[in-house]
Design a protein around this ligand. Sequence first.
Ligand code: SAM
Length: 372
Amino acid sequence: AATVTTSARYPRWVRVNTLKTTVMDILAGGFKDYTPVNEFQELFAKAGEKEAMVVYIDPHIPNLLGFPPSTDLSAHPLVVSGALFLQDKASCFPAHILSPPPDAFVVDGTAAPGNKTTHLAAIIGRGGSGKIFAFEKDLKRSKVLETMVGKAGADRIVEIRSGNDFLLADPWKEGEKEGLEKVTHLLLDPSCSGSGIVERHEYELLPTTPRPAPPASRTSKMKKRKRGDNAEVTPTNLVSKKEREEITKHNALDEERLLSLSTFQKKIIVHAMRFPSARRITYSTCSVHAAENEHVVLSVLESDVAVKRGWRVEKRDENNFRSWERRGLVEECGGDEEVAQGCIRCNPWEDGGIGFFVVPFVRDGSIDEPLA
Ligand code: SAM
């Protein structure tokens, strides 16, 4: 066990790939020297102390384990072989919430590098007759996706559409649909601002401290600014005129970028909503901006396709993730409590990882004709 120089509260999350192994085998085999714990806090040591060899069994996501922050598993044989995937907890939410049954036809519309595709494949399972169509527009990233799917042992389940734009996928066109007309579940995790992505070293608090936002030092604000998160950067925080001008310009650029991202995000959801047999869609981002999250949801619900086909946000009490407390922001949902409760949020640091947003859309109707 490593001695920690900081007291980061950000576990190393590890997803057990059930296409290759089981949690029981992991805990009885390669990690038998680790003691399973039920308390998240037991993963963290105070600065200068040795981290205990403990492993946390996550109560929200099946087959997800948390290790102390200094644990480096990147070269571990089980990671190299694809039995374990180093995947942030929040990034496991979409596939778990989508939960396709073993015989489902599924689309991952924006798939590379493949964390969620391989997670979906594990949910479908070795014995499942289901299939995942994994679209990835970028050819270079498609290669990474291919490697990851191979490593996960998911080649039989996943059909990779390398270099294919999901927006051009046509489930109605004879000769092109090739099973897309049977797709019932779609996972959409499109490009976003990434404003929820936080780095481990920025959070250094003592274990006894309740987990507030990281110290608002000027340096960390400058770092955030580079990453495109302008949430805490306002001209009044800063001193020089030059810096103020720089921030104002940056915020304007950010708004422009957010607008272009959210336009694309809406388009991709509405496209998925047209799929004839679609019944369940998850939309997710690693952004903390309401513009890419709740606002996208509201705008999609107002679209013709959503209205005509009867799409709605799944209610919290219907959802398999209902015990997760942090939900969408009511004020960003125009005061609609039910929509806000249907959305799932994850705050950076506070929830043990990156900032994230997921919403499940569902529909019960049976309209199968193409819409204009
Ligand atoms: N879900 C992935 C995972 O968990 O590993 C991460 C997806 S990443 C946020 C978004 C991906 O969507 C990028 O690889 C990007 O190239 C791809 N993409 C963007 N627009 C697309 C489109 N219209 N069709 C297919 N892929 C697209």
